[in-house]
Design a protein around this ligand. Structure first.
Ligand code: ZN
Length: 675
C-alpha cells in the first residue's frame, strides 16, 4: 500500500496529493504511532531533559504537524468531503490531546526533571509551560472529573467547528441582487465587474445585461456599504450581515449558549470561578480585573473623542443633504465621504498605487533592511493554483523558513485574514526542520487581464499578517514547544503583527513601493500626507468599537457565564447601549458570527488586540526615534524578541527590547487621542 500523503512529512506537506479520504486514516495512524512512542518513552529508566522531554516534544510536534495540515485544509478548502472528514475525526484528536495533558505520569516526570536538574532558562520555560498546560487540562482531577473535562473539550470543539461552518454557509447562501445601475455608480469598477460576474454565474443574468449580485464576503460587502448611494439597499445588506447565522436552519444562537455553559463547567471543574479566570492563567494580563481596568482606562480616555467623531459624522450627513442621524448602515458611506473631504483619501484612486506585486516587494524590502532576511519565490506543492510559495534566506544566504501566501477569496474558504503555523523549527537527530507558515487573506481574485490591486486597508492587513509570519519563521529556537509562535502568551501574539502595520503609513516606506500600476508615477505627496493624517481619523470611534468587542467577550465569560435566565443577546444589548456611539439596530446579532471567540482562540482574550497594540505602539516609537530603516533597532527587535519566540517570559523580553516597561499611553498618542 502507498504511504498516506499526509504522513509523508520529510520536508513540506504534499498538498498536491492529499485528498479528503486521506484525512481520517492519517490522523488515526499518527495518533496510534505516537501513542506507542509515548508508551515506550514512559519506560525510560532515568528520564532527563534530553532523553525524555525532547522526544516528548517531538512526538507532540508530529501530531500537531499532521493535524495542522488537516485544520488548514478545513479552513481554506472547506469542500463537503473535507468538512465531513474533519468533523468525523476531530473529536478523536481532541480526546487524545486532552488525555495526554491529563496524564499524571507525564506530569510527575516533568515535575521531577524540573526539581532534579539544573536547566537552561529556555528548558525551564518548556517545562513550566507544559506543567501549566497539564494543570489546565485537569491532570490533578479524579478519574470521573477528568473524563467530564474531556467530554466538555470534545463538545466545545464540535460546537466551535459547527459555529464556523454555519457562518461560512450563511455567507455562501446570501446574495443581494440589484437591477438598477443608478445607486451603484460610485462603486469601484472591479467590484461591479465581480458583482456582475457573480450574477452571470448564478444564471441570474446574461453576459451583457444589467444585473449585479453582492455578497456578505468582505471584498463585496465593504465597498457596497461605502459606495452604494441608496440607503435602503445599504440597510438591506447591512441587516443581512449583522444577522448572519442568526435564524432559520443556520443559527448559532443556541450554540453560543452551549459554548458559554460548557466553558463555565470546565473552569469550575478546575476550581476557577469562571472561564475568564481560567483563560487568563497563561496570559500576560493574568487576571480579569486587570483586563477590565485596562479596558476601562482606554474607554474613559477615548469616549469623549468617539462621541466627537459621531457628532462630526452626523453634522456631515445633515450638511450633505442626508436626513436624520447617521444610521448603522450609513456609517461607512458617510465616513468614506468625510475622509475624502478632509484628507483627500479616495479609495478608488489609492488602489491604483498598490498592485500586489509592488506591495509584496515593498514588504520584503522592509524585512531585508530591518532583519537581514530575503524572500524568493519558489515552487512547492499547494492546495490551490493561486497559492504563492516563498523561501526565506538569512544573511548568509541559507534557507531559514518557508511561507505560503493564499491571498484570494473563494467560496469554500473561511473569511477574513489569518496566519497559521505549518511547521515549527526543530532538530531531528542532526537534521533541521525549518519553520513554515501560511498567510491567508481574502482579497478579490484578479480578472484575467488585470493586475491585482489592493485597497489601502488590504495593504495594512497584509503587513499585519506578515508580522505574525515573521514572528514564526524568524525564530532561532529549536525546541518546538517554544519556537516561533509556540509558547508566546496570547496577549503578546498581536505585538509583531500590529507593529509591522505602522510601516505602511510612512512616507519613506510608501515612496519605495507605491507607484501607479500603469503610469509608474509615485503616490502623490498629498495622498501620502492624507494617509498618515487619516490614521487618526475616527480613531476614537474605532477604539470604542474594539473595546466593545473586548468587553462583550470578557463580560460573557466573566459575568454572564451561560446562565439560563438571560440570553447572551439580551446581555450584550446592555453593553452595546453603554458603549455604542452610533447605535446598531436591536436585531443586530453580531455575536452569531463572532468567530474569534466562538471558534478561534480568543475566548476571554479578545482584549489581547488592544493589550498588544499598546506594546506595538511603544515599540514603534523606538523605531521612529532611531529611524524606520535603522538596522540596529531592527536587529535588537529580532535578537531580543522576534527570534526568541515563546522561549522566555514575554513581558520581560519586551522590557529588554524597550529598555523599560511599556508606556501605557503610547497607543492613545498614536491614535491622536492624547498629545
Ligand atoms: Zn493578528
Amino acid at each position: 500500500m502507498k504511504k498516506n500523503p499526509l504522513l509523508q512529512s520529510n520536508h513540506l506537506p504534499c498538498f498536491d496529493l492529499v485528498k479528503a479520504v486521506h484525512i481520517k486514516p492519517a490522523v488515526k495512524q499518527v495518533l496510534r504511532d505516537c501513542k506507542k512512542r509515548l508508551r515506550t518513552l514512559l519506560k525510560q529508566p532515568y528520564p532527563d531533559f534530553n532523553n525524555f522531554i525532547i522526544p516528548y516534544m517531538h512526538i507532540v510536534d508530529d501530531i500537531s504537524y499532521v493535524w495542522g495540515v488537516v485544520e488548514h485544509l478545513n479552513a481554506v478548502k472547506n469542500t463537503p468531503a473535507i468538512r465531513k472528514a474533519y468533523t468525523r475525526i476531530q473529536s478523536r484528536y481532541i480526546n487524545f490531546m486532552v488525555k495526554l495533558k491529563q496524564n499524571r505520569h507525564f506530569y510527575r516526570i516533568f515535575s521531577d526533571i524540573k526539581k532534579k536538574f539544573t536547566l537552561e532558562p529556555v528548558q525551564q520555560k518548556v517545562i513550566d509551560d507544559a506543567l501549566l498546560q497539564f494543570k489546565l487540562s485537569g491532570t490533578a482531577l479524579g478519574k470521573k472529573r477528568k473524563s467530564k473535562f474531556r467530554r466538555c473539550q470534545k463538545q466545545l470543539s464540535a460546537w466551535q467547528n459547527k459555529f464556523q461552518n454555519n457562518v461560512l454557509d450563511a455567507v455562501k447562501n446570501y446574495t443581494l441582487t440589484v437591477n438598477d445601475p443608478e445607486p451603484l455608480k460610485e462603486l469601484p469598477e472591479h467590484v461591479l465587474k465581480a458583482a456582475h460576474h457573480l450574477a452571470v454565474n448564478n444564471a441570474k443574468a446574461g453576459p451583457g445585461s444589467r444585473v449585479w449580485q453582492f455578497t456578505l464576503d468582505i471584498p463585496s460587502f465593504l465597498p457596497f456599504m461605502k459606495f452604494c448611494t441608496d440607503p435602503a439597499l445599504r440597510e438591506k445588506l447591512y441587516r443581512a450581515y449583522v444577522t448572519r447565522a442568526a435564524s432559520g436552519k443556520i443559527d448559532n444562537t443556541e450554540i453560543i449558549s452551549k459554548i458559554l455553559k460548557v466553558r463555565q463547567q470546565q473552569a469550575e471543574l478546575l476550581g476557577f470561578a469562571n472561564y475568564a479566570v481560567f483563560s487568563l492563567q497563561d496570559k500576560m494580563a493574568a487576571d480579569p480585573d486587570r483586563v477590565n481596568a485596562f479596558l476601562d482606562e482606554l474607554f474613559n480616555k477615548s469616549a469623549a473623542r468617539a462621541w466627537q467623531d459621531a457628532g462630526e459624522l452626523n453634522d456631515f450627513k445633515q450638511k450633505t443633504g442626508g436626513k436624520g442621524p447617521v444610521k448603522a448602515w450609513d456609517l461607512l458611506f458617510y465616513r468614506e465621504k468625510l475622509r475624502l473631504e478632509k484628507y483627500a483619501i479616495n479609495e478608488k484612486v489609492l488602489r491604483q498605487y498598490f498592485s500586489l506585486d509592488q506591495v509584496l516587494s515593498g514588504l520584503f524590502d522592509i524585512i531585508e533592511k530591518l532583519f537581514g532576511h530575503t524572500l524568493k519565490k519558489s515552487r512547492a506543492a499547494v492546495w490551490h493554483q493561486d497559492v504563492l510559495f516563498y523561501v526565506l534566506y538569512n544573511d548568509n544566504q541559507e534557507e531559514s523558513g518557508y511561507i505560503y501566501f493564499d491571498l484570494y477569496s473563494r467560496p469554500d474558504k473561511r473569511s477574513g485574514a489569518w496566519m497559521d503555523v505549518c511547521r515549527s523549527r526543530r532538530f531531528r537527530g542532526k537534521k533541521i526542520f525549518l519553520p513554515a507558515a501560511y498567510l491567508n487573506c481574502n482579497f478579490t481574485a484578479p480578472a484575467a487581464d488585470q493586475p491585482v490591486l489592493l485597497t489601502f486597508n488590504e495593504v495594512v492587513t497584509l503587513f499585519h499578517e506578515m508580522g505574525h509570519v515573521l514572528n514564526h519563521v524568524l525564530t532561532r529556537i529549536d525546541y518546538p514547544a517554544v519556537s516561533g509562535l509556540e509558547g508566546i502568551p496570547w496577549d503578546g501574539i498581536e505585538l509583531a503583527s500590529q507593529l509591522l502595520e505602522n510601516w505602511a503609513y510612512e512616507k519613506e516606506v510608501l515612496d519605495k513601493f507605491a507607484f501607479h500600476y500603469q503610469t509608474r508615477e509615485p503616490l502623490p505627496p498629498e495622498l501620502v500626507k492624507g494617509l498618515k493624517a487619516g490614521k487618526t481619523f475616527f480613531s476614537g470611534y474605532d477604539m470604542l468599537r474594539q473595546l466593545l468587542f473586548s468587553k462583550i467577550d470578557m463580560d460573557l465569560h466573566y459575568i454572564h457565564k451561560g446562565k439560563a435566565d438571560e440570553s447572551p443577546a439580551e446581555f450584550i444589548k446592555k453593553i452595546r447601549d453603554k458603549m455604542e456611539v452610533i447605535p446598531s439596530p436591536p436585531e443586530n446579532r453580531f455575536e452569531n458570527s463572532f468567530l474569534h471567540i466562538f471558534s478561534g482562540g480568543y475566548a476571554a482574550g479578545y482584549y489581547s488586540y488592544k493589550w498588544a497594540e499598546v506594546l506595538a505602539a511603544d515599540a514603534f516609537s523606538l523605531f521612529k526615534q532611531n529611524g524606520l530603516w535603522d538596522r540596529k533597532t531592527g536587529k535588537r527587535f529580532l535578537d531580543l524578541l522576534l527570534s526568541k519566540g515563546g522561549s522566555e517570559d514575554y513581558y520581560q523580553m519586551f522590557i529588554d527590547f524597550r529598555g523599560r516597561p511599556p508606556d501605557r499611553e503610547a497607543l492613545l498618542r498614536q491614535y491622536g487621542i492624547i498629545k
